[in-house]
Design a binder for this molecule. Sequence first.
Ligand code: HAM
Length: 416
Amino acid sequence: MSKYQSVRGTRDLLPALKKVFRQIDEIAYKTARNYGFNEIETPIFEFSDVFHRSLGETSDAVSKETYTFTDRGGDSITLRPEGTAGVVRSFVSEGLAQHLPLKLYYYGPMFRYERPQKGRYRQFYQFGVEMLGLETPLADIECLDLAWTIIKKLNLSERCILEINTLGDTESRADYRKALIDFLTPLKFQLSPDSQVRLEKNPMRILDSKDEGDRKLLADAPLMENFLNEKSKDFFTKVIAGLKHLNIPFKLNPKLVRGLDYYCHTVFEFTTTELGAQGAILSGGRYDGLVEMLGGPKTAGVGWAAGVDRLADLCEKSLPASTEDILFGFAAIGPNAELEALQLASALTAKNKKCISFHTGNLKKKLEKISKLTNDAENVYAILLFDQNDGSIEYKIKNFKTGEEKTATKQDILSL
Ligand code: HAM
């Protein structure tokens, strides 16, 4: 065994798994483009402040999980733990406000120093979307509809459920926060150590606690829904009406608060019971204050990100098989034939045909390998080339579906 292993929490996406990732990305990209979204790519690292300000100092993502280092110029740099903060930073620093509203999507690796387990990696991949400059609940509905369409295309609609809640606007949240502190303060020493810290810094995050003891204490906690002002209630009612109108199944989850600080109004997660503790496959919400927090003009925002690793683990076996229509397998015997085969394959690939060349083994071995290609394509043809004693080359084409084999000319092959 090599002394070099991949770093804990990272993994190699070997061809079979990478193929599933690619299929998911292509479905997600295509669907997002059909909804009028455009792709954006931001750097995988930013000044640490970008994440500290946007995700909140007390969020797990910032307080325990970032990969932060000082670069050679003395700047504090953080590998991005998520995509929203970078997109918003870009919106502000590139001065994109005159292009509002914006509908953007992105894909790429994210980094969190979490405890690795099934479905949880330290380098993982997100496909995400962000809508900027749209205050209307119609944006929340459209963004959820886009998520649902992608989930349906991945054949996952029966295997996950949308959980949704509202955190209300700033005023409602402040009232609720106070009620929650009043309720939890007398129970402080019964809370888990993490939640005791949160009680001081960000009490709403306690609602998210996975600790059994915390969960029991929270059973009688006040509910956000009783603290919503009229504006917040109206906003959420419209989002829910939209989900019903678009036939998107959902479950209200009054305890859903999400782990990042920037959310307001709508928050949601598509969850599955099939991945153990890491059940969230796609999550997001509204973040109307974030642009201002990063120094930009007041701008509404709503979006989500899907964990592509989790989607891949879930749909590895259920994705529609992607087979080629036609594949050409090249087998050549003899030095001239071998070079000629490469030239023919090159000419056919230039015409967008898929050609697989086999360079080792005798004719029998090569034909065996070509016959295996029938798992990947509807039609497989072997293109066979043989050096002749007089210096010429014999060409043959074998159709693996019908078994038919015939002698051909170079021109026949070039015009395939
Ligand atoms: P998040 O809930 O932190 O939200 O992450 C989104 C998704 O990324 C999760 O639902 C999960 O599927 C996946 N994920 C998170 N951590 C890991 C991990 N360690 N390993 C594998 N998958 C993981 C955000 O990141 C927000 N930026 C989403 C958003 C966009 N909100 C508004 N716009």
